[in-house]
Design a protein. Structure first.
Length: 455
């Protein structure tokens, strides 16, 4: 009992400034945007990674307090039990709560989202008389109040103490005709709700910040300002944003529905082969399954006009190199494709870390390792930064005549390689949500080299 009382007292005790304790106390919500547990059991998320980088820059550690209701985070700030709250918070909302808004991380569009199966409204005028919903404390009510002056029949339901995921679930269930939601909150959920789509955007954007309690230390506020300014300038925010959100708009609703519909009928008989490939290479079987879906929609007998064949769509030359005798044999194709991806990763410069290493290897899987041997100054400069976002900008140029003519190996379908890798990232996200992790008793692959990226 004494131990419990001590623990409760510690929970209610105000958090000391991190510059005095060396510990940054952060309140978060569990969401794809902010903070979640990745498939490898480690915490992840855009705001998580950014805050870890900030704490490291100050030589601090981070202690996380996860809350399931929005108001609870604000209560923790008001009672000074945390130093900072991160939950994709709009600056206007933080100001309305009389809290201190940290520096602006980025701006998010504000979407009107509807069910894709119904006729989409084209403007606020089309929403007059419709059942529209938003979340109290989202910062969207003042926007709609301003629009109501022009559209007097506009009305909406304001939902209390819910997160965006619940708002989308209620829209999909038919409770509302449309909802108002920030783009940063909707984008990670596109693959979960393929029946929903953006109808249009509101004219204003939301400035996303972290929230600090009144009276927070000047040292913390100054440290945050310097860190965000530096992270904007050196591309750190861009790189972390790319890691979590750079691929999310690649698939359309038919692509997402396609993998969801084929999964129950085609994946079960292939699962053991993908899991065997994971044992041999150390690459997450769900990533290999995502490649297989992108290549053939899990069709072992697929054949393209250019002669690539099988579930993993291997060329004859690649199949020979990987020891695949029959490209139309699902097991052989999957094992050969997994070994080929490992080889592509090994051709990349050792300085490139995960998860970018895997995503770049996927582009090479599509175009062959020669894509990295072309010695185009454009691509070399992008690779030197070790940032996937920079390489993504460079890849499409490899197919343009001016650049292709100057390259030793000539034309390369850089844009195709980029689309290939982005699609697989999206399919992988879907399978991470739906398929359990495979934990073999041992891995024959070199785990350090072939480790799958965070989900």
């Amino acid at each position: 009992m004494l131990a419990l009382m001590t623990a409760l007292a510690a929970c209610s005790r105000p958090a000391a400034p991190p510059e005095t304790t060396g510990v940054l106390q952060v309140g978060v919500r569990n969401s794809p945007t902010t903070y979640f547990m990745a498939h490898n059991g480690e915490p992840a998320g855009f705001e998580h990674d950014l805050l870890v980088a900030f704490a490291q820059s100050q030589n601090w550690s981070v202690e996380w307090t996860e809350e399931s209701h929005p108001d609870t985070l604000f209560e923790l700030l008001d009672s000074h039990r945390i130093n900072l709250a991160a939950a994709s918070l709009p600056r206007a909302v933080v100001k309305d709560r009389h809290l201190i808004a940290g520096p602006i991380l980025f701006e998010s569009p504000v979407h009107i989202v509807t069910r894709a199966t119904e006729k989409a409204p084209r403007s606020m005028a089309d929403l007059s008389g419709k059942k529209l919903a938003l979340i109290i404390g989202s910062g969207h009510s003042p926007m709609l109040m301003r629009l109501k002056r022009k559209y007097p029949k506009l009305g909406w339901a304001a939902l209390e103490n819910v997160w965006p995921e619940e708002l989308l679930a209620q829209l999909q269930a038919g409770k509302y005709d449309a909802v108002v939601i920030n783009g940063m909150d909707f984008d990670p959920m596109r693959n979960v709700y393929p029946e929903l789509a953006v109808a249009f955007n509101l004219p204003e954007k939301q400035q996303i910040v972290w929230a600090l309690p009144k009276g927070s230390s000047q040292a913390l506020r100054n440290g945050l300002a310097r860190f965000v300014e530096r992270a904007q300038a050196d591309g750190s925010i861009k790189r972390i944003y790319e890691r979590y959100f750079g691929h999310l708009r690649q698939l359309d609703s038919s692509d997402i529905l396609g993998v969801l519909q084929r999964r129950p009928s085609r994946l079960p008989e292939l699962r053991r082969h993908f899991q065997e490939a994971q044992t041999l290479t150390g690459i997450d079987w769900r990533l290999l399954a995502a490649i297989g879906y992108q290549e053939s929609q899990w069709n072992a007998f697929a054949t393209s006009p250019t002669g690539v064949r099988g579930l993993m769509m291997l060329t004859g030359e690649t199949a020979d190199r990987m020891g695949v005798a029959d490209r139309l044999d699902a097991r052989q194709s999957i094992l050969g494709g997994a070994r080929y991806l490992v080889m592509m990763k090994e051709t990349l410069p050792s300085r490139i870390p995960e998860p970018d290493r895997t995503w770049l290897a996927l582009a090479a899987y599509n175009q062959g390792k020669g894509i990295w041997r072309m010695h185009a100054a454009l691509l070399r400069r992008a690779m030197a930064t070790r940032q996937l976002a920079d390489v993504k900008e460079a890849l499409p140029y490899l197919s343009r005549g001016t650049y292709a003519a100057a390259m030793k190996y000539g034309y390369a379908r850089g844009g195709e390689a980029l689309n290939f890798a982005e699609n697989i990232r999206s399919y992988y996200d879907i399978l991470l949500r739906l398929e359990p992790e495979y934990k073999p008793l041992f891995n024959l692959g070199r785990r350090a080299d072939t480790q799958a990226p965070p989900g």
